[in-house]
Write a protein that binds this ligand. Structure first.
Ligand SMILES: [Zn+2]
Length: 54
């Protein structure tokens, strides 16, 4: 019995300036899942992430 909350996730890459708008939701562990892996420039650690409930 879970209420599924969806989130709008905005990921910005300060390295190359790319911006991604994704949909996310919490998985069984309560972690936010977006499917985002890395930026096109290869950056996967230095990211600015904004999460807003929909
Ligand atoms: Zn980038």
């Amino acid at each position: 019995m879970t209420v599924e909350t969806r989130y709008r996730v905005i990921v910005r890459c300060p390295n190359c300036g790319e911006k991604y708008i994704l949909r996310g939701r919490n998985n069984e562990k309560g972690e936010l899942e977006t499917g985002f892996k890395q930026c096109v420039c290869g950056n996967e650690t230095n990211l600015r992430i904004d999460v807003t409930p929909e």
